[in-house]
Design a protein around this ligand. Structure first.
Ligand code: GLN
Length: 289
C-alpha cells in the first residue's frame, strides 16, 4: 500500500479502493470514515468543507496500520477502541463483546416495561457494561449492580461508567458458581445477555467475530445450550424478590426451550419477544414465590 501524498482527501480515496476489494464500496466508505473521525476528529462534513486537510507522517502511519488490520478481519471497533451503544459512546477492547444492535433493543424492552423508581437491578455478565450503564442513564433512580467473571471486562466497564458519570456496583462473580452469590442482596429485576451461541452455530459465524471476540462471552456447549439461563434462574430463586422480573437475551433457536425452563422452575408469565428481524430474541418472566 502506497500513498501519493499527504492530502487527506486523496488518502481516503486510495484506502477506500484498497478496502473495497474485501468489503465492497459502501462498507469501505463507512470504515474509512469511522477511522478518520475517530483518529483525527474530522467528520464527513468537515472533510467536505476543508478539502485541503493534510495528515502528518505519524497520522498517515496510524491510518495505514488500521487499514492493514481491517484487512485481517479485525473489527473496526477494536481498532478505534470505541463504539456507540444507543446514544452512549463506549470504550471496547478484546476482553468484551462489541455490543450488538439486538442488545440495544433489549435495553429498550426493559426500560419500556420498568418505569417505577428506586429499583434494584442486576446485570449478569456485563462485559463492556453497556446494558448496566444504559439502564442507569434511562432509569436514574435505580441502583445497578453488574457482575462478570472477567476482571479485565470489569475494569473496562468501570472506565465506561466513569466516563458517563454513573455509579454501577461492579463485582467479579462467576454466574456458574452459586457460592459467589452469597454477599448479594435481593433484586427487583434481573437482566442478562449471557453466552448463548452453540458450537453448531460457530460454523455460520464470520471471521471478524471468531478470530477477535472473546469466546468465553459467546459460546456454550451443544449439549448444554441453556447452562447460563439455568444458573441465573437458580440465582433468581434466592435473589429475586417476589413479583421481581427477569429479562433474558436469547438464542433465536432456543425460544421454546427457554420458556420451558422458565416454567419448569416455577416462574410465571414466561413470554418471548422478537427483535427487528422477527426472531425470538428476548424472554421475560415474573417470580411469584
Ligand atoms: N448476538 C451475539 C452474536 O450473535 C451473541 C451474544 C451472546 O452470546 N450473548 O454474535
Amino acid at each position: 500500500m502506497m500513498w501519493k501524498n499527504n492530502l487527506l482527501k486523496t488518502l481516503r480515496s486510495d484506502y477506500m479502493k484498497i478496502l473495497s476489494e474485501k468489503f465492497g464500496h459502501d462498507e469501505s466508505k463507512q470504515l474509512i470514515d469511522i477511522l478518520i473521525e475517530s483518529f483525527f476528529g474530522y467528520s464527513k462534513v468537515a472533510m467536505a468543507l476543508n478539502p485541503d486537510i493534510r495528515l502528518s507522517e505519524s497520522e498517515i502511519l496510524k491510518l495505514h496500520k488500521a487499514v492493514k488490520e481491517l484487512l485481517t478481519n479485525k473489527p473496526v471497533q477494536y481498532i478505534t477502541g470505541n463504539t456507540l451503544f444507543l446514544d452512549l459512546e463506549l470504550e471496547v477492547n478484546r476482553s468484551v463483546l462489541i455490543p450488538r444492535p439486538e442488545t440495544e433493543e433489549f435495553v429498550n424492552l426493559i426500560i419500556d416495561k420498568e418505569k417505577s423508581e428506586n429499583l434494584q437491578i442486576i446485570d449478569m455478565g456485563t462485559g463492556s457494561g453497556c446494558i448496566a450503564i444504559a439502564l442507569k442513564k434511562y432509569l436514574p433512580d435505580s441502583k445497578i449492580t453488574a457482575i462478570d467473571i472477567s476482571q479485565e471486562a470489569l475494569r473496562l466497564a468501570k472506565r465506561n461508567s466513569e466516563h458517563h458519570q454513573v455509579f454501577i456496583d461492579l463485582l467479579q462473580i462467576d454466574i456458574l458458581n452459586p457460592d459467589s452469590f452469597k454477599s448479594l442482596e435481593p433484586f427487583d429485576v434481573v437482566v442478562s445477555n449471557p453466552p448463548y451461541v452453540t458450537e453448531h452455530d460457530k460454523k455460520l459465524m464470520q471471521p471478524n467475530v471468531l478470530d477477535y471476540e472473546p469466546h468465553s462471552a459467546l459460546f456454550v456447549k451443544n449439549d448444554h445450550p441453556l447452562q447460563f439461563y439455568e444458573a441465573i434462574l437458580q440465582f433468581c430463586k434466592t435473589h429475586l424478590k417476589v413479583d421481581g422480573r427477569v429479562y433474558f437475551e436469547i438464542n433465536e433457536q432456543q425460544g421454546e426451550n427457554v420458556l420451558q425452563l422458565i416454567e419448569s422452575n416455577g416462574f410465571h408469565q414466561g413470554e418471548l419477544h422478537t427483535d427487528i428481524h422477527g426472531k425470538n430474541r428476548f424472554a421475560t418472566a415474573i417470580k411469584k414465590f
